[in-house]
Design a protein around this ligand. Structure first.
Ligand SMILES: [Zn+2]
Length: 531
């Protein structure tokens, strides 16, 4: 049997592995590449396998970097089954059409530019409608349920404790009477995460693929971060301003609700109004409510005592744009949790615009802020930022709490590997940056005496005895000059500005909007000169 690394090999995103056996072939995950323009271009490449010849797909969880190219796979001729958990299927029902919508908007903007330049128009990677069609292929399986998608291939999903419905996948492949077991870690969660179970320990495997997002990092202590949250809420209550928390809609928002509810129940914070202002976060929270079988013991007990973490006095879910605008104008002394988590788009921008200039307001970051995002600029202490074309002075107090990550840190990854009572023959380290992978590989060798491979994109290994590298593919060499990067970054900024205007539900052309549009066209003409 052979395994080909079609993504998340040398990068964090684009998870996808092709397994070929004597009986057939299947894919584990089909994720989108995210990050720099060079990496994102891999999404536009033809698959390095024939999608029409796959027998089935296994999906570890709903995050776009694991599921985001499934609609493209469907579009390219794959019409067989995608096995995953029920919760993952439900979350994909929100995440994939949303991703299709983003593809459509980005292409629409680029095509306007192409039209002016007389360049051939692009098609979106896939549309929201195509994503919905692809969802028809999903077939839910329960944790621990064994099934045979193909003669000679047995599969079992185990809880990975990363987000709701996330899985570790065990695959047992029998060829010529010999059974080989491969374990795909998927994304592994932290122990003691709220709501969901801890990652399941697996006792045996011949080969393991392990993620390594935090392969060289340790997270902050759990009790410390909750205490920090309590202190920041009290501080914002005392100053009479709002506490605005940019948060990812899937997972982080629900974790925050859980912690805030606990602080309220134990009387550690006063009864302040809490708003969830993101249509996606509202829908995702409903899915969390709908999957009690994924809860850990503490959460089960909370529900048994009629203390749902997703309900408490003064908690309001905001769906419509009108309600959101009203909240912008009237909220005082409230906690506002909104998306997206890196402040690149969405309703969070309006809340920042209304709160950053107020010295009594507080902004709290609880997630990773990528380079060149508004979130990163605020964290780095910018005194003035531009939001939707308007300069906003930063007078609010900026806070940040680490350790809310949905990923295991280095210690968590090593603990999970130590759970194997039968030593795996080899470990493949995937889903991580170079430094994280090499440090984890060294630690695995030192502590567990197991050899690891750090596969590159497109590499294929034969797995019968000692893994043997059979094929290498080179990532297409893309020029990466400084000027080119500047032009690309600028193009990305302009595109985001267009998207933000579009998402903002502006009904009338106020002088501010006209000024913003003028600024964007000025920027566009400067960009054209540069390009
Ligand atoms: Zn994930």
């Amino acid at each position: 049997m052979q395994i080909t690394f079609c993504g998340a090999a040398g990068t964090v995103t684009g998870s996808s592995y092709l397994v070929e056996t004597t009986g057939g072939r299947f894919l584990v995950d089909c994720g989108m590449f995210q990050g720099s323009k060079e990496i994102r271009q891999l999404n536009r490449q033809e698959f390095i396998f024939n999608p029409g010849k796959l027998d089935f797909v296994l999906l570890t969880h709903a995050h776009v970097d694991h599921s985001g190219l499934l609609p493209k796979l469907w579009k390219s001729g794959f019409k067989k089954k995608i096995f995953t958990t029920k919760a993952t299927r439900q979350l994909c029902g929100i995440v994939l059409p949303d991703s299709g919508h983003i593809q459509e908007m980005e292409v629409e903007w680029r095509n306007r530019k192409h039209q002016r330049a007389g360049v051939p128009l692009e098609n979106p990677l896939y549309t929201a409608a195509e994503a919905l069609q692809c969802l028809g292929l999903f077939e839910p399986k329960s944790y621990n349920e064994e099934f045979l998608p193909l003669p000679g291939v047995r599969v079992r999903f185990l809880d990975a404790g990363h987000i709701l419905g996330s899985s570790i996948i065990e695959v047992f492949i029998t060829e010529d009477g010999v059974t080989t077991k491969i374990v795909f870690s998927g994304d592994l969660g932290q122990n003691n995460q709220p709501i969901i179970q801890d990652p399941t320990l697996v006792a045996e495997a011949d080969y393991v693929l392990i993620e390594s997002t935090y392969g060289n990092r340790l997270h902050e202590d759990h009790t410390q971060k909750v205490d920090l949250l309590r202190k920041i809420i009290i501080e914002s209550v005392n100053s009479g301003g709002n506490l605005v928390i940019p948060a990812f809609a899937v997972g982080r928002t629900q974790d925050l609700l859980y912690y805030i509810k606990n602080l309220l129940r134990s009387g550690q914070i006063p009864r302040i109004p809490v708003y969830i202002d993101s249509p996606m976060a509202v829908s995702v929270t409903e899915i969390y409510r709908d999957n009690p079988d994924c809860y850990d013991e503490e959460t089960r007990q909370l529900f048994a005592a009629h203390e749902s973490p997703f309900e408490f006095p003064n908690l309001k879910f905001i769906r419509t744009a009108e309600q959101s605008k009203l909240l912008n104008a009237t909220a005082k002394g409230a906690v506002i949790i909104s998306a997206n988590g890196m402040c690149e788009a969405g309703r969070i921008l309006h809340h920042l615009k209304h709160n950053l200039w107020r010295p009594e307001s507080h902004i709290l970051f609880v997630g990773y802020q990528a380079d060149e995002t508004l979130g990163r600029r605020l964290l780095e202490g910018a005194k003035v930022v531009k939001i939707m074309g308007e300069e906003v002075g930063v007078h609010a107090k900026i806070h940040s709490i680490g350790g809310f990550s949905a990923h295991a840190d280095q210690a968590g990854l090593m603990d999970w590997l130590a759970g194997f009572t039968q030593k795996p023959r080899s470990i493949f380290i995937v889903h991580g940056e170079n430094g994280a992978q090499t440090e984890l590989a060294a630690l695995i060798k030192h502590r567990l005496n197991i050899d690891s491979f750090i596969p590159k994109w497109g590499e294929r290994f034969t797995l019968n005895t000692e893994p043997r590298l059979e094929q290498e593919l080179q990532i297409p060499q893309l020029p990466n000059y400084t000027l080119e990067k500047t032009v690309n970054d600028l193009e990305h900024c302009i595109m985001q500005l267009h998207n933000q205007i579009k998402q903002s539900d502006f009904t009338q052309a106020t002088p501010e909007i006209n000024q913003l549009k003028q600024l964007i066209s000025q920027l566009e003409s400067e960009y054209k000169n540069l390009a």
